[in-house]
Design a binder for this molecule. Structure first.
Ligand SMILES: *Cc1c(COP(=O)(O)O)cnc(C)c1O
Length: 342
């Protein structure tokens, strides 16, 4: 099979090191991994295989289809969106638990015979979850709950809401059959031991995201690379690309790369993004197109058709540059990349 003209270099050692750092930061709590949205764009099966080998036992996906895609890996998988009526019709994969979010989902799960499940409690985010009042009224009585969890709305900020959410979850201790409580995502782990409970659920920091000082040791995992389709000289005063947003101030050497906004390299990188040829920076010139992006290569006279360059994609810095979140930078990376683990 021929390879694609663009690829993601994925650093498996960095992924595992990031999980191990987050597991250490989680203290005595077990450390799981959020692998929804195809492992934040990296490829969920490959992420799960590596983290399971490192000792991770608890994985989180959004939907049953994402859980089914992990079948046969012998790990525990929690489905964050719970169980729809349509999900109950089919056979539920072994080792998979729904995270029940609503009273209707609880009732549906009971009617289907119960069995081990997780439950999401709403402690103030008002996104998903069952209200603490409903728990107090007995909504979860008799359910066989593995993990009772909640989710922090602002873990990457120092706001009073964090402590209020932590206290609301702590107040659930002993109120249900739950074996474990869980609250912290990547940023929540950095809020300290009070937030760790029995199980943490990092996502973005596994993949190189940094939101707090405790994440300083997190390593970059994902580097997009693209092949040069054409090298050309643009004469002083000539334009480049859609809508002629760049005019050459002097004769300029330009390489046209096999990557564009359809691959998740969005138009916000127009005139701003950067690529690397070794240690030489190549500026993105003009508008990013659907499948193509131009970079200036005066600094790299050796580069020609078929050569590869890597895109500057350190998550915190690239988020600041582009205005996209670190999450969008990863989950937007499209299906045309070869995903190459090293
Ligand atoms: C996505 C998600 C996580 C992981 O969050 P990060 O900010 O990526 O660490 C944890 N818990 C729940 C419920 C989530 O939806």
């Amino acid at each position: 099979m021929t390879h694609a003209p663009l690829r993601l270099r994925l650093d498996g050692a960095a992924l595992v090191a990031n999980w191990q750092l987050l597991a250490r930061l989680s203290g005595s709590a077990a450390c799981g991994a959020a692998v929804k949205a195809n492992g934040y764009g990296l490829g969920a099966r490959e992420v799960v295989r590596r983290l399971a080998e490192a000792g991770c036992r608890d994985f989180f996906v959004a939907t049953w289809a994402e859980a089914a895609a992990l079948a046969g890996q012998g790990v525990g998988v929690s489905v964050l969106h719970g169980a729809r009526a349509a999900d109950m019709a089919g056979e539920l994969p072994a080792g998979v638990r729904p995270v029940l979010n609503t009273l209707q989902q609880v009732q549906r799960w009971r009617e289907a015979g119960g069995g081990a499940c997780d439950v999401m409690i709403d402690t103030g985010m008002n996104r998903l979850g069952i209200a603490p009042e409903d728990v107090a009224a007995g909504a979860l009585d008799g359910l066989s709950i593995d993990t009772l969890m909640s989710h922090l709305a602002s873990a990457d900020e120092d706001v009073p809401l964090n402590a209020r959410q932590r206290e609301a979850l702590a107040a659930m201790r002993g109120r249900t059959s739950a074996r474990r409580l869980s609250l912290a995502n990547s940023a929540g782990i950095a809020l300290g031991p009070d937030y760790h409970f029995d199980l943490t659920r990092p996502g973005i920091a596994l993949y190189g995201g940094k939101q707090r000082a405790a994440h300083d040791g997190i390593r970059q995992v994902v580097t997009p690379e693209a092949q040069i389709l054409q090298r050309r000289r643009v004469r002083a005063g000539d334009i480049l690309g859609y809508n002629a947003t760049w005019t050459a101030p002097a004769d300029t050497e330009v390489a046209i790369l096999n990557i564009g906004y359809a691959d998740g390299y969005l138009r916000c990188f127009s005139g701003k993004g950067r690529a690397w040829a070794g240690d030489r920076l190549l500026p993105v010139l003009g508008r990013v197109s659907m499948d193509l992006t131009a970079v200036g290569v005066d600094a790299a006279p050796e580069l020609g058709e078929g050569d590869w360059v890597s895109l500057d994609y350190a998550l915190p810095e690239t988020a600041a540059l582009s205005g996209l979140s670190q999450y969008e930078l990863l989950t937007g990376l499209g299906p045309r990349f070869d995903r190459v683990w090293g």
